[in-house]
Design a protein around this ligand. Structure first.
Ligand code: HGY
Ligand code: MN
Ligand code: MN
Length: 417
């Protein structure tokens, strides 16, 4: 489907990069390029206020819903029937400046360039940032967009307790982003998200654009392992009930399962807390998280069952009690082939090198795919580094990705499904 003549716009790359760099100053991690803006923190509030100011300066209709999702639209009807883009501006605690932020600021740039060009839009354009995409302070990840599409009730979002003991509803009130707009939100005509790949594929192959076909399944589990606290010096090894010994074996088991399964299976133990966490005390209990992912739902379920079985055996042998809690569980998602094809065709029209690929990371797009035709565009991450202050994407790639986003969004304003 060719872009009707004159319905694309030239984005302003310098303005885009300036905004990315200005937002990155909020929660900047000293001595690095990265930033830390955990969901609903003071830094998140500051970042939200800056982006909302930019949205309002463009004369957009800005709405804030009950879980803090912010939607800015060229129409006073908000996202209803709009071609929507967006992502998130919260980061992990040791985040980079592009994860999520690029998608939101690229969307803002596309709308600004479109308004300046005076294009007569057949459908409204909207850009959103969704609350708590990262999920690292308050699980699950993609919490805001999950609520936006009706996958999690507002009530259950507001009562989620974080590892730091705070509660989402109270934090939302505190930062003033518990808004009046309805959640679940309006159904867009389509949703396209621009994001850094966060992996090594495009960078290694020297390709410009990832045409994302879907997102892999995600399984987050928290284990509470309870043994017997004891003296490190006087307790014979045969009399111990050491939860840390089980935690270490479970960590190796998770890795073994991923290596045995192969394919896209990955396994990560990302957080581990011992109590009382003292050099000369056999721990009383250990809390740990396990992140399993796979593009294939059956394989992911096999990995979950296998790890659960091995954990039970290891704990039994050590006389340790296991309690487990699911923090997040999303099946693999496939994007709408019409949107995927459109992205690929427009990238080819621009002579860009492309590769069809799944997303290893979770994204808000996987939630919007539940309610409207959805797709994603990836740009390369240098050395595949992300969730790390050293995360980097070359300016040229940021601009190319944003220009392709503009082409795609405008093309979709002319499409009737
Ligand atoms: O966990 C993820 O994949 C995303 O960064 N929230
Ligand atoms: Mn992200
Ligand atoms: Mn992320």
């Amino acid at each position: 489907m060719d872009l009707p003549h004159g319905s694309s716009v030239s984005i302003n790359g310098a303005r885009l990069v300036d905004r990315i760099n200005e937002l990155a100053q909020i929660g900047a991690i000293d001595g690095t390029r990265g930033c830390s803006r955990l969901a609903f923190s003071d830094a998140d509030l500051e970042g939200r206020d800056l982006v909302v100011t930019w949205m309002r300066d463009l004369g957009l209709t800005v709405t804030i819903d009950a879980v803090g999702n912010v939607i800015a639209s060229t129409s006073s009807d908000g996202a209803a029937g709009a071609v929507m883009t967006g992502s998130h501006i919260d980061t992990v605690g040791t985040g980079g400046r592009y994860d999520g932020n690029l998608g939101v600021l690229a969307g803002l740039e596309v709308i600004e360039a479109t308004l300046a060009a005076g294009i007569d839009l057949q459908r409204p354009l909207a850009v959103a940032f969704f609350s708590n995409e990262e999920g690292s302070r308050y699980p699950p990840d993609m919490m805001g967009s999950l609520a936006y599409v009706g996958g999690m009730s507002v009530e259950s979002v507001l009562e989620v307790k974080g590892a730091d003991g705070t509660v989402v509803g109270q934090e939302l009130e505190r930062i003033g982003y518990r808004g009046p707009a309805p959640c679940p939100g309006a159904v867009p005509h389509a949703y396209v998200e621009l994001h850094i790949e966060q992996g090594p594929v495009l960078d290694r192959a020297g390709l410009s654009i990832g045409v994302v076909e879907g997102v892999q399944g995600i399984s987050w589990t928290e284990l509470l392992l309870t043994g017997q606290s004891n003296h490190a010096g006087t307790t014979p090894m045969t009399l111990r009930r050491d939860p840390m010994a089980v935690a270490a074996a479970v960590t190796v088991a998770a890795r073994d399962i991923a290596l045995e399964l192969g394919g896209t299976q990955v396994a990560t133990v990302g957080s581990l807390t011992l109590h009382p966490n003292l050099v000369n005390v056999v721990p009383a209990h250990v809390t740990m998280t396990i992140d399993l992912r796979n593009t294939d739902e059956e394989a992911l379920q096999f990995a979950e069952r296998d790890l659960e079985k091995r954990t039970a055996q290891l704990a039994k042998a050590e006389g340790v009690e296991v309690k487990s809690r699911t923090l997040a569980r999303f099946e693999p998602v496939e994007f709408d082939s019409r949107v995927v094809d459109q992205i690929e065709q427009l990238a080819t029209t621009r002579g860009l090198s492309t590769k069809r690929m799944p997303s290893g990371a979770g994204h808000d797009a996987q939630m919007l795919a539940r309610i409207c035709p959805t797709g994603m565009i990836f740009v390369p991450s240098v050395d595949g580094i992300s969730h790390n202050p050293a995360e980097h994407t070359d300016e040229q790639d940021l601009i190319i990705g944003t220009q392709l986003l503009a082409d795609t969004l405008l093309a979709l304003t002319e499409v009737t499904w």
